[in-house]
Design a protein around this ligand. Structure first.
Ligand SMILES: [Zn+2]
Length: 272
């Protein structure tokens, strides 16, 4: 949890960004991607205990506000991307949330809600480079050819039962920079061959070698090169891109904060 505040302070002190408080997402918008009864039970605090356990956070009023702001932040970042070419949120990327339940610290799927809120932007692409598969996003859009879900993740990592994205790349434990980047390039070409009108980037930094949960061996330089490949492809295609935060669990936490900050600073430099 500490990383959120630290990242905000780190980017704030860079003087490179204009910040806006994330608005709370309206429930009607959330229900474009989520089951009405699930949304109601979460908002009212009446989810069954097993469903709360699967999310992984204890329920509280603060969690409701945090969740609504997290989805609202991605919606607002998308509005900014459509205005200026790119927008970012210092939260979001909650890709383990399914239509009818949350999982893995994800309550609602901000990426899915946002794409559903913009049905005219098709095809659209999700580039999910968090070390964990974007299983909720994959499942929500499984029957929608207009949403190209791409996830590159650890084969032996959570979620242990994988869903089917349009493009999945599974990496073995210990994968380092060279192999990671070699596999990313052609997959990005495949994504952009679909000529997406919008890209949502889940830029999780948990592929870092220092990550407690990641099981991969990327260096900070390799991770930044990853972001550069993504932003270069977006810039070439001339399409709006939304940067969402995703996971990051390095010990000490500073490595995670620095990696997230590097992603946003690079976006600023490359995308304006
Ligand atoms: Zn993750």
């Amino acid at each position: 949890m500490r990383k959120y505040r630290m990242l905000r302070e780190r980017l704030s002190s860079s003087g490179e960004f204009a910040f806006e408080l994330a608005p709370l997402a309206p429930r009607e918008t959330i229900e474009l991607a989520h089951d009405h009864d699930y949304v109601t039970a979460f908002l009212e605090g009446t989810l069954p205990a097993a469903m709360v356990r699967r999310i992984g956070f204890p329920w509280s009023r603060e969690l409701v506000l945090r969740t609504l702001a997290s989805v609202g932040g991605t919606l607002a970042a998308t509005a900014e991307a459509l205005r200026s070419g790119w927008g970012g949120t210092l939260a979001g990327g909650t890709h383990h949330a399914f239509r009818e339940y949350g999982s893995g610290f994800c309550v609602f799927n901000d990426i899915a809600v946002t794409l559903r809120a913009h049905p005219s932007l098709r095809p659209a692409a999700v580039i999910d480079l968090d070390v964990h598969q974007g299983d909720g996003t994959a499942a929500i859009f499984e029957g929608e050819p207009g949403v190209v879900t791409f996830s590159m993740h650890g084969r032996n990592n959570f979620p242990f039962r994988k869903q089917r994205s349009k493009i999945d790349i599974e990496l073995e434990d210990g994968t380092g920079d060279a192999e990671y980047l070699e596999r990313l390039g052609p997959a990005l070409e495949q994504v952009f061959a679909a000529r997406p009108a919008l890209v949502i980037y889940q830029a999780g930094v948990d592929p870092l070698a220092t990550d407690r949960l990641g099981r991969l061996r990327l260096t900070p330089e390799g991770l930044l090169r990853r972001d550069e490949l993504v932003f270069t492809a977006c810039r070439r295609a001339g399409i709006p891109v939304v940067v969402t935060l995703g996971g990051g669990y390095s010990e000490p936490v500073d490595a995670t904060v620095e990696a997230h900050a590097a992603t946003f600073l690079l976006a600023r430099r490359m995308l304006g």
